[in-house]
Design a binder for this molecule. Structure first.
Ligand code: QAP
Ligand code: CO
Length: 168
């Protein structure tokens, strides 16, 4: 297993639209395991392949307190079922910044599991927010895109400054 480098906003590679996974094989399962190791080490509750510069439609998450409920979604899609909710979101690619985003509450999700088998679930609350946030990454979208340009530009400047300091 390996800890992968997480791309940070405003890295243009975060804008890549990921391609569907065509084969769920051992090589993909290795990427999945590395993504879990990276997410747990961060620590985070969700990670999309885009964030580790792998442009395949794949995401991992674990919203449990004990960090013992890993979930994998390959080629995920969702449909809204009911309601809206506001959640104070963060992102491993936007470290140190949190803001409120309104999304669907109950959604129906279809995906493949780590053996390539199709499954469907309904999700609401935090699980639903997390799935929608991670699917956005696969489409090159970040939660800061839902905020005002003023807020987004402030976050961009702050992170660019931190990234420059780290490289100096
Ligand atoms: C996405 O985010 C998410 O700023 C997952 O300094 C977040 O795991 C979905 C993290 C909230 C729904 C609600 C963020 C770690 C982790 C930071 C994360 C940070 C360190 C974010
Ligand atoms: Co994120």
């Amino acid at each position: 297993m390996a800890i992968l480098e997480i791309l940070e906003f405003p890295d243009p590679r975060l804008r890549t639209v990921a391609k569907p996974v065509e084969q769920v094989d051992d090589a993909l399962r290795k990427t999945i395991d590395d993504m879990f190791e990276t997410m747990y080490a961060a620590p985070g509750i969700g990670l999309a392949a885009t964030q580790v510069n792998v442009h395949k439609r794949l995401l991992v998450l674990d919203i449990s307190d004990e960090k013992n409920q890993p979930m994998v979604f390959i080629n995920p899609t969702f449909e809204p079922v009911a309601g809206q909710q506001e959640y104070n979101e963060g992102c491993l690619s936007v470290p140190g910044y949190y803001d409120n985003v309104t999304r669907h509450d109950r959604i129906r999700v279809k995906a493949l599991d780590r053996m390539g088998q199709p499954f469907e679930i309904e999700a609401d609350g935090l699980l639903s927010v997390c799935i929608q946030h991670e699917i956005d990454h696969l489409d090159g979208k970040l939660f800061v895109d839902y905020l005002s340009r003023l807020k987004r530009d402030r976050v961009k400047n702050k992170l660019e400054k931190e990234q420059r300091a780290r490289r100096a």
